[in-house]
Structure formats: C-alpha cells, structure tokens
Design a protein around this ligand. Structure first.
Ligand SMILES: Cc1cc2nc3c(=O)[nH]c(=O)nc-3n(C[C@H](O)[C@H](O)[C@H](O)COP(=O)(O)OP(=O)(O)OC[C@H]3O[C@@H](n4cnc5c(N)ncnc54)[C@H](O)[C@@H]3O)c2cc1C
Length: 441
C-alpha cells in the first residue's frame, strides 16, 4: 500500500451509501488523520423496500454510532403469530423479547434508519451520482477508482459497501458469482387505516405460511411520533420456486409489480390476506428477486480493499439482520484500524484483524443455513407422505429465532471487540511474522 507519511491522512473511499457505507463513514470519521469519501451511485439517498427489523444486535451498534435515538418504529410488544395461510390457524406464537425494553425489536420504516445514519455522517463526505465502475490495484500507490462518468480518484483503502451486486467484490474476487435463490419478494407500505377494518391484522406482526411462500405484515410506526391517519402498514409477500427449473425473467431490486401479478400468487390464502392485498393501490408494489452467493474465504483483498455488509456475505436477508451485520462490520473496521495504528502496524494488519473477527462469524451463518437445509431434506425423506399442514409447524420453526440463535440476535459487537483484545479471537496479524511498520496508518 502507499507509504503515507505521518502527517498525511489515510484516504478512505467508501463505495455505497447504504447502511454499511453510512455506518463505516460514521465510525471511521471519529478516528484522527483520516480523509473519507462515500461514493453513492444514486442521485439522491432514498431508501426503497418498506420496513426493516431493528433488534438487539442492531440497537447496540446504533448506540455506538450515536444514531439509536433517531430510529423509531413499531414496538413489537404484542405477540407475533405464525399462521397456516390456507386455514388461518395459529401454529405458533412468540411473546415479547426478554432483553431490556430499550433493546426490544422494532419494525421501522427503512427511511427512518437511513435518516438517522445520514444525520451522523459529517457534512461533505457523501458524493452522490458517483457510480464506481472499476478499481485497480496500484501497488504502493493505493487503489485507483474509476467512475462511470469518466472521472477517477485514488485511495489508500477502498471499502466495498456496494451491496449484493458489488462491483468491488467482482474486482477482487472475479470468480465469485451470485445467483437467483428462487425467492421473490413483493413489498409495499400502505396507510394503516386502509386495512383497519380487516379482523386481526393490526393486533400483531404475523407470518401467514403457504405451501410455496408466505405473507408477512407489520405496523411500522411509533404512535407517539406519527398521527393515526399517517401511520403505515408493511406487507412483504414471498413466493418460492425451484431456481433450477424457473426460467422466468429476474429483476434485481425494487421493480414495480402489478396488483394482478401479486394477488395471483396468493389466491388460495385466508380471506383476510386476500382482502388486505386488495387494499394496495395499483402501482405501489415493488418486486425484489433474491440473489445469494457462496461464502467468501476472506473479506479483504490486495491488502487495501475490504468488503462490508451485503457485499461481503450475499445471504439475501436470510437472518433479517442484514442492517445490523452491515453496521457491525463498519464499527469493527474502525476499531481494527485504530488498534493497528496505535501499535504502529500497517493497513494490511488492520484488514487481517477485521477478517479474523468477521469471516468466522459469517462462516457460522452459512453453516447454520446448510444445516437447516439438510435437516429439512432429511425430514422430508423420512416422511414423504407429510402434507403441507402436518409439516407446517416443523417447517416454520426450523430456521430458529432470537432464543435459539443468540450469537446472531443477541450479538453485542462491543463484547466481540473486547474478546479480540483479550486474545479470544486470534489474528495471524498479531504474530511476529508480520513485518513491522511497513507504513503507519
Ligand atoms: C426482502 C428483504 C428483507 C430484509 N429485511 C431485513 C430486516 O428486516 N432487517 C435487516 O436488518 N435487514 C433486512 N434485510 C437486509 C438488509 O436490507 C441489507 O442487509 C442491508 O440493506 C445491507 O446494507 P448494505 O449497505 O450492505 O447494502 P445496500 O443496502 O444494498 O446498499 C448498497 C448501496 O451501494 C450503492 N451502490 C451499489 N453499487 C454501487 C456502485 N457500483 N457505485 C456506487 N454505489 C453503488 C447502492 O445504490 C446502495 O445505496 C432485508 C433484505 C431483503 C432483500
């Protein structure tokens, strides 16, 4: 990497202005001698995609970033129901979370999270309308970043926070490919009062599971903040097909879908769900095709590029915690750089520390998903005559929840960092084989 003299700041180019890029910008901007730019392809920072779950792991990192107070939403105190979508029968329920009240899960408008993060990014850092089209390793001189508009810049560290279709990931790992998972998600936010007449819908956040997909709905607003007439209601309807046999066109993110297209997928669902779908004004649905890819062996490249958020672990929202993972990544990156600097170690060491903490964590997630898939296949093979209804309970709870996956949902990133400092997470970068002070950060 470039040898930066002590009085020259570390130049950091963050590609992407989603949760990963914004979180990294906030965490890194608190370090001294650092010059940060966030390059975002969009003309304006506008979030699409309806609601998002903020749970314990996300609240902890939002607190560390100083952004927790700006995020408000529906407090999921009420029971969460899981239902058979065909009969309406409740097949499982979960009560309020056991963590302290301020860390309870909330369902929030994604715009709220984004606004809270943007408000903590120092002014002048975010450069809009800057689509990164390629990056090039310049050896000791850093990384050249080329934009679609023909301009270019150079940085000592490139942070790939450019989402599931990451250009930065493609540059450092050209063999890595993502593909359609078979899941398509239709999402929308509608005024809450338009569905208020339908029995049971606003009482709880609910999943209505069908034979090939499910419909999820939730309130997303905090009544203390949003007047009744302005409160919104989120619907996320999923269909699942076999990706090997499905030959239909795939859309990447946020493409409009017609009401007819959405409603036709859920014709056999409970009348309450059909009535709810019928309330969505034409032109409001957005369609998202889920893509995922294999696990990356490492999240860093060229000793000066690092991947954060969806760019680093294309799991396609599998744990409903993607925003938390993205924010945790950025906070750990800042700690790793701070730590390596204090020890007079090079940037490569900071990236090794980051990788030593985050790569095994993502590996554990991939292993969990593989295990679940295997268990479901074994259960199916053991009982080939099981009907949709008889196997529903097992299927619904197969994935796990807050209690059974505490290493995901109760993750406290500050404790993780303390574990690293205590030597409980090992990094080869701490061994004496790492050349001392190639370049101070
Ligand atoms: C259906 C669905 C439901 C989900 N529900 C939840 C949930 O309830 N809770 C939760 O925590 N997570 C949820 N997630 C996951 C969460 O949305 C993501 O994990 C999170 O947005 C990842 O943030 P990110 O910054 O890594 O990527 P993104 O949010 O995708 O942001 C990437 C940014 O990079 C920009 N960009 C892309 N390419 C370039 C380029 N070449 N040059 C410049 N800029 C570029 C994009 O415009 C975008 O702004 C869900 C995901 C899906 C698909």
């Amino acid at each position: 990497m470039a040898v930066r003299s002590e009085n020259k700041p570390l130049r950091v180019a963050i590609c992407g202005g989603g949760p990963a890029g914004l979180g990294a910008a906030i965490a890194l901007s608190k370090l001294p001698d650092i010059q940060i730019s966030v390059f975002e392809q969009a003309r304006e920072l506008r979030e699409i995609g309806a609601g998002i779950r903020i749970g314990y792991n996300c609240w902890r990192v939002l607190e560390l970033l100083g952004a927790a107070d700006g995020v408000k939403g529906h407090h999921k105190v009420s029971v969460v129901h899981r239902r058979n979508a065909l009969t309406g029968e409740v097949v499982g329920s979960a009560g309020p979370s056991k963590v302290p009240l301020k860390y309870h899960p909330r369902r929030v408008r994604r715009t709220r999270l984004q606004k809270a993060l943007i408000s903590k990014v120092p002014p002048g850092i975010i450069k809009l309308n800057k689509h990164v089209s390629s990056i090039e390793d310049l050896g000791q001189d850093g990384v050249r970043i080329v934009f679609r508009d023909g301009t270019e810049t150079t940085a000592d560290l490139v942070v790939g926070a450019d989402g599931i279709r990451s250009t930065i990931r493609d540059s450092i790992f050209p063999e890595h490919k993502i593909k359609f998972t078979g899941t398509t998600i239709f999402r929308v936010l509608i005024p809450q009062h338009t569905i208020a007449h339908i029995p049971d819908l606003t009482a709880a956040t609910q999943w209505w599971h069908g034979p090939a997909g499910h419909v999820y709905h939730s309130l997303v607003d905090d009544p203390s903040e949003v007047p009744e007439q302005e409160r919104l209601f989120e619907i996320a309807a999923r269909t699942v097909v076999d990706p090997e046999t499905d030959a239909g066109p795939k859309f990447s993110w946020g493409i409009p879908a017609t009401n007819e297209k959405v409603e036709s997928q859920f014709k056999d669902y409970d009348p309450r769900i059909r009535e709810m779908l019928a309330q969505v004004p034409e032109g409001q649905w957005k369609e998202f095709s889920a893509f995922a890819g294999p696990r990356l062996e490492t999240l860093t490249g060229w000793d000066k590029v690092v991947l954060l958020g969806d760019a680093s672990h294309p799991l396609s929202g599998a744990f409903g915690s993607g925003a938390a993972f993205a924010l945790e990544d950025g906070w750990i990156l800042a700690r790793a750089i701070e730590h390596a600097r204090a020890a007079g170690q090079p940037l490569a060491t900071a990236l090794e520390i980051f990788d030593a903490i985050r790569s095994p964590y993502y590996l554990k997630m991939y292993q969990h998903l593989d295990d679940q898939k295997r268990k479901m296949e074994e259960a199916k093979a053991a009982n080939p005559d099981a009907t949709f209804t008889s196997s529903l309970k097992e299927r619904v709870y197969a994935f796990g929840n807050e209690e059974s996956l505490p290493w995901v949902y109760y993750n406290n990133i500050e404790d993780v960092w303390q574990s690293f400092l205590k030597g409980q997470i090992k990094s080869s970068s701490l061994s004496s084989s790492v050349p001392q002070v190639v370049a101070s950060l």
